[in-house]
Structure formats: C-alpha cells, structure tokens
Write a protein that binds this ligand. Structure first.
Ligand code: SF4
Length: 203
C-alpha cells in the first residue's frame, strides 16, 4: 500500500486525511481535536479496539450503543437517536479503495445515515487491513469479510455467521446487509476526515 498515493487520492476528492503509524498517536490526535462537544459513535470494532470512547468521554458527551454501561442505562434505540443529533460523528469503514472511496454496509441504517447528513464533521477511522486495491475489491471486502464477521459477532442466524467465511447473499430475516453506501466525495456541507492507522484494526 502506497500511503502517500492513498492520502493524495482522498485529498483530491475533498476529504481531509490524517495518517498515523500506531493507535496511541491516533488516539492522542483525537484527544486534542475533539473537545467540549457532542459526539456520536457508529457500531465499530475499530473504535472498540482503540479505546476511543473512554478517552474522549472525559471531555465530551458521547453516545455509543457499543458501550455496555451506556447501553444498559439508556437502551440502544435512545442512544442511536441521540448519536444522530451530535455535532461530530466517528465511525469506521468496512473498506476503502486506494482511489479514495469509502464503503459501508449497514443493517439498521443509523451509521450510513450519519455519514451522509446531520453532523458538522464525520471521521472515519481505518486500519490498513481495510484498504483495497480498487472499488470492486473494496466492495468484495465489505461483503465477504466485514459483513460475515459482523454477523457472526452479533450472533445472527445467517449462513455467513456459521463460519464467518463469505457472503451467501442470504434472504435471512437476520440479514445485516440491508444498505450499501459508497462515499465518492464528502457530502455537501459536511467535513469528512479519514484517519488512517498503519495497523490492522477491526474487520
Ligand atoms: S447478505 Fe446475508 S450472508 Fe451475506 S454477509 Fe450479509 S448477512 Fe451474511
């Protein structure tokens, strides 16, 4: 992966890009960037792995249905609704292409909606394992790597969750792949920053 070219391709499309060698440097960056504001987190193993909630929660109001204590206190629906109404939104991507496209798949749609509209700024936190050579490979990755592993993690009764190996394009009631979104450019009126970390993170 040519990080310089990747960064350049995202910048040409109007995305802001930050690149970090490791998680602590990226977390420090967020800690300095996001202060005294409201923040919604999307469902993301990457965010969980880097421990961003606990760091930012010390000086921001954060809504995340992935945080056990908060989930118990408020319930998922209320948290997701509050996360929709924050100034900042932070999530990951199922895949990004080297040409600068961001792909996500969603079951409920809260994450896709928030990356399109309603926030002053959206951050995507992306490990190097999410980078694919082109759009087709990025879409393949989102469908055949990220989605099955998420279905498995969520305990869904889908064929992909048995082995977490590939997408079977199922018609299961538990199907988590209900919406596919590709961001080609930042939506008008929203600043979007892609934070790339040179480590494998999430699925
Ligand atoms: S469409 Fe169905 S089989 Fe394919 S990844 Fe999504 S939930 Fe799994």
């Amino acid at each position: 992966m040519d990080i310089k070219a990747l960064k350049n391709n995202f910048q040409k499309r109007g995305f802001k890009v930050s690149v970090f060698e490791n998680v602590p440097d990226a977390v420090d960056y967020f800690n300095n960037e996001i202060h005294n504001t409201t923040v919604g987190f999307g469902g993301s193993m990457t965010l969980k792995e880097i421990g961003l909630f606990d760091v930012l929660n010390k000086h921001n109001e954060i809504w995340w249905h992935g945080k056990g204590g908060q989930l118990k206190e408020y319930g998922g629906a209320a948290i997701m609704q509050n996360a929709m109404n924050t100034e900042i939104y932070v999530t990951s991507a199922n895949a990004i292409s080297e040409q600068g496209q961001i792909i996500n798949i969603d079951g409920r749609g809260n994450r896709l909606a928030s990356t399109l509209y309603g926030h002053k700024k959206v951050y995507f936190v992306v490990g190097k394992n999410k980078v694919a050579e082109n759009f087709e490979k990025a879409l393949w990755r989102a469908r055949n790597i990220a989605a099955p592993k998420n279905a498995q993690r969520l305990g869904m009764k889908t064929p992909c969750a048995v082995k977490g190996d590939k997408c079977y394009d199922c018609s299961s009631p538990d199907r988590i792949c209900r919406g596919f979104l590709t961001l080609e450019l930042p939506p008008m009126g929203t600043e979007v920053e892609v934070v790339i970390i040179n480590e494998d993170l999430g699925y």
